[in-house]
Ligand binder design. Structure first.
Ligand SMILES: Cc1cc2nc3c(=O)[nH]c(=O)nc-3n(C[C@H](O)[C@H](O)[C@H](O)COP(=O)(O)OP(=O)(O)OC[C@H]3O[C@@H](n4cnc5c(N)ncnc54)[C@H](O)[C@@H]3O)c2cc1C
Length: 386
């Protein structure tokens, strides 16, 4: 049955209170839906790391009224590009030109973004400690079983991340995440001397990225080609010092300012293409649908786009399955090329044999900034549906 409640309030269960789930929940609530967000963790918001929000993601946040607060909490990107390990620029991004052509781009502390999203969502929708175990189609809706009980809905959104339970339950046989071949460390530090310049430094099979945040804090990440689950016998900070300790300033100072307990490390996985982001009254959003390598810095931005698009389509269509069918068509056409581009960038940027590194660096030096600027268009020109 596809007919929707006449006059009654439509009900959605959102599985997962990440960026995708919270954005979707806000967008639906603002349209009068009754929304329940089921989050298995007992607290929302990841530990310290930063996040790049690009013009496309910020435009999405603007539609739910969160864009202004995000811009206030974030630091506008000032400098970007790629350097070699001695600090010489291989390629520079003209941030002013990016802003003029495509719109604002900012770096924000993830915790602060979560605070804003939770505040925008308002009280009464989020249920923490609710791990979803089963999602069953019933005669006229969907029943969700979780650790706090049972919830009935007209629509279920699986925004439960790369290892999505909703995907496992309703996309049987879909391939699981695959390891990209490299691991990443992340931290937010407050160095003694201010750091105003950001960008990424490329080595051989290793990279180090710097992104200043507000209030003198700096987000950094390092990546290295390693087998999955590789152990750092002397601890992660020692491993970082060994790999990056003699790279250009301010990298050693950032490592000196790092609290080993606050250093995150995650092996990088991505999700192979799955057959559709929607089935009946169930849709996947964000990493649950299309987790990608972080090389484009777009995973969260695309999760925001998913949520905004889906909510707009639910306005436009009389019945939920039709809205979800269109969501699937629009979002796969949008996301899959960017997922492939991010994968290819990872291969090029993590390259390790010396001749290949030399070639990569020459190509970067010779690529005119105007070409690089145009290359950003497919990701950054997205507009929210009217
Ligand atoms: C190293 C690294 C750097 C990155 N940098 C950037 C960047 O700069 N910019 C950018 O745009 N993207 C970046 N990304 C990608 C970005 O972090 C993700 O794409 C984004 O966070 C995905 O959000 P999500 O809401 O889809 O999933 P998640 O953030 O994974 O949220 C899923 C939520 O679902 C919950 N959950 C899971 N299972 C259940 C269940 N059974 N029941 C209830 N709840 C459940 C989880 O606890 C979690 O809270 C980066 C990723 C990595 C790994």
């Amino acid at each position: 049955m596809t007919g929707e409640p006449i006059g009654g309030q439509r009900r959605a269960v959102v599985v997962g209170a990440g960026i995708a789930g919270l954005t979707a929940a806000i967008a639906l609530r603002q349209r009068g839906w009754q929304v329940e967000v089921l989050e298995r963790a007992t607290a929302v918001g990841p530990a310290g790391s930063g996040l790049s929000l690009w013009p496309n993601g910020l435009r999405g946040l603007d539609t739910i009224g969160a864009g202004t607060a995000v811009r206030e909490q974030a630091l506008s990107a000032t400098e970007a590009g790629m350097r070699d390990t001695s600090g010489r620029w291989l390629a520079r991004t003209d941030i002013a030109a990016v802003r003029d052509r495509y719109g604002d781009l900012v770096m924000i502390h993830r915790t602060e973004l979560f605070d804003i999203l939770r505040g925008t969502l308002g009280a009464g929708a989020l249920r923490l400690g609710a791990a979803v175990r089963a999602v069953d189609i019933t005669g006229n809706g969907v029943r969700v079983q979780h650790s706090l009980g049972t919830s009935d809905a007209d629509l279920v959104l699986g925004a439960d991340g790369i290892n999505s339970t909703v995907r496992e339950l309703h996309w049987p046989g879909a391939p699981g995440p695959i390891y990209a071949g490299y691991t990443a460390w992340r931290a937010i530090v407050t160095p003694r001397a201010p750091v105003r310049s950001g960008g990424e430094t490329l080595g051989r099979g290793e990279r180090f990225g710097i992104a200043p945040l507000r209030d003198g804090r700096v987000y950094f990440y390092g990546s290295a080609n390693l087998p999955a689950d590789a152990i750092s016998p002397d601890g992660e900070l020692t491993e970082l010092r060994r790999r990056f300790g003699d790279w250009h300033d301010p990298i050693p100072a950032l490592l000196d300012a790092t609290d080993p307990a606050a250093l995150l490390r995650h092996d990088i996985y991505e999700l192979p293409r799955i057959a559709g982001y929607a089935r009946g009254r169930i849709a996947l959003l964000g990493d649950a649908a299309h987790a990608m390598t972080p090389n484009l810095g777009q995973g969260a931005n695309l999760a925001i786009e998913d949520a905004i698009t889906l909510a707009a389509l639910l306005d436009r269509h009389r019945d939920i399955p039709s809205a979800l069918t269109e969501y699937d068509r629009i979002r796969r056409a949008r996301v899959e090329p960017l997922q492939r581009l991010s994968r290819r960038m990872g291969v090029a940027l993590q390259v390790s044999p010396a001749p290949a590194v030399l070639l990569r660096d020459v190509i970067l030096r010779l690529t005119p900034p105007s070409v690089a600027l145009r290359g950003l268009a497919p990701a950054l020109t997205w507009e929210p549906p009217r």
